[in-house]
Design a protein around this ligand. Structure first.
Ligand SMILES: *Cc1c(COP(=O)(O)O)cnc(C)c1O
Length: 402
């Protein structure tokens, strides 16, 4: 892809301008190309395209102009040379591991990563001989100690779900590179509007476009932002032969979503900080987890690495023991009349979840406690409603606990 057209332009501009060239019709909003095949100009040209000697679309599994627009726009936002779009965030991780790892290779990742990420690498890839070690998210010495001669990949996510733990991307990049490994960062929670891992030394940025890139809770999408050589030589062959492609319609939806990414992330971060501060002084709340709060253990690092705290916070209701904690958390959730009880995030609507019975429901009570996911924990992915309406709806249940 050619990034040169956009040299010097700023993120907000790139978010609405970076895309493939307009068609002959001069459409101002990027076109949605719903086609699975492409008519070839000649047999010779077709042969050159299939041999990789000429650019041009051949078949939907190996490329689509609307998908290319999505890829170019995300590359521009993340500051990466290239991007490979995928059908979901998990398929991006699947593609990355498929393309970069083989039996006998080793991955180091945080124990606080997204649950499906831990299962995919720790269980599914383990069946094919890929080894992995999980480490405490914020313990740099543990990351370093876990590295072995066969370590090929360090995989980090920051801030994490649901406790918003932050790790030091620049320090992890140094660790990885000194070991001859790559650093990949799951940038779902912060997005390039708040945090640009490649500027901090990461080699690969992974996205679930399902979340803030779309930002309106409509479609599934994923992506890997990486050096052009890695995308062309490692990711593209796997993508072509495995078919984890992003549908052009979903690409178009997320492409449009990215146009408002920056203003959404700023507005939602401000609303989240306000909610976090209100929750922190609420008598029924034991603890609030949010990187934008000065009480957050990695607040200084978070504010160095991110421009704002993001739109996800978690809080713990006060209780005596896990049973009461669960009952109280359920009471808060069931008392809501406006906000959504919904295991997603990155929407304009505020969504609340109970991690201990959903995303972390399959863990034993001991494992959950080790992970810090108590029965009284509630995650809030803050949307764009008026802050007073959000507070009032959460207060409905909370105020009757105090
Ligand atoms: C949702 C999510 C994923 C997985 O993305 P899907 O699009 O649901 O496959 C990975 N990492 C994080 C942090 C997420 O929030």
């Amino acid at each position: 892809m050619s990034g040169n057209r956009h040299d010097g332009l700023r993120l907000q501009t790139l978010a609405v301008r970076a895309a493939v060239e307009r068609s002959q019709y001069g459409e101002n909003s990027e076109a949605l190309y719903l086609t699975s095949g492409y008519v070839q100009p000649s047999a010779e040209a077709s042969a050159r395209r299939f041999a990789g000697a000429e650019e041009g679309y051949t078949y939907g599994r190996s490329g689509n102009p609307t998908v290319t627009s999505f890829e170019q726009r995300l590359s521009a936002l993340e500051g990466s040379e290239a991007t490979m779009a995928t059908s979901s965030g998990m398929s991006a991780i699947m593609l990355m591991c498929f393309a970069l790892l083989k039996a006998g290779d080793h991955v180091v990742l945080s124990q606080s990563m997204f649950g499906s990420t831990l299962k995919l690498i720790g269980s599914e890839f383990a069946r094919f001989g890929v080894e992995s070690t999980t480490v405490p998210q914020t313990d740099l010495a543990a990351w370093k100690a876990a590295i072995r001669p066969n370590t090929r990949l360090l995989f980090a996510e920051t801030p994490t779900n649901p406790l918003t733990e932050v790790c030091d991307i620049a320090a992890l990049a140094d660790l990885a590179h000194n070991a001859g490994a790559w650093l990949a960062v799951d940038n779902c929670f912060a997005t390039p509007a708040l945090q640009r891992p490649i500027d901090l030394g990461a080699d690969i940025v992974m996205h679930s476009g399902t979340k803030y890139l779309d930002g309106q809770g409509r479609v599934m999408a994923g992506a890997l932002c990486a050096p052009e050589k890695m995308v062309i030589e490692k990711f593209l062959p796997v993508q072509k032969n495995s078919g984890m492609v992003l549908s052009p319609f979903n690409a178009w939806v997320v492409l449009k979503g990215m146009e408002t990414l920056d203003i959404r992330m700023k507005a939602q971060s401000a609303l989240t900080l306000e909610l976090a501060q209100w929750l922190e002084q609420h008598p029924a709340v034991a603890r609030v987890y949010y990187p934008g709060l000065t009480s957050h253990p990695q607040h200084a690092l978070a504010m160095r690495q991110m421009s704002l705290g993001g739109a996800v916070l978690s809080f713990e209701v006060k209780a005596n023991g896990p049973e009461q904690a669960r009952a109280r958390a359920f009471h808060v959730l069931d008392s809501m009349q406006l906000l959504s009880l919904c295991t997603n995030l990155g929407d304009t609507k505020t969504l609340l979840t109970h991690p201990a019975s959903t995303s972390h429901g399959k863990l034993s009570e001991a494992q959950r406690q080790a992970a810090g996911i108590g029965q009284g924990l509630i995650r809030v992915a803050v949307g764009l409603e008026h802050p007073q309406d959000v507070q009032d709806d959460i207060a409905r249940g909370l105020n009757t606990l105090a």
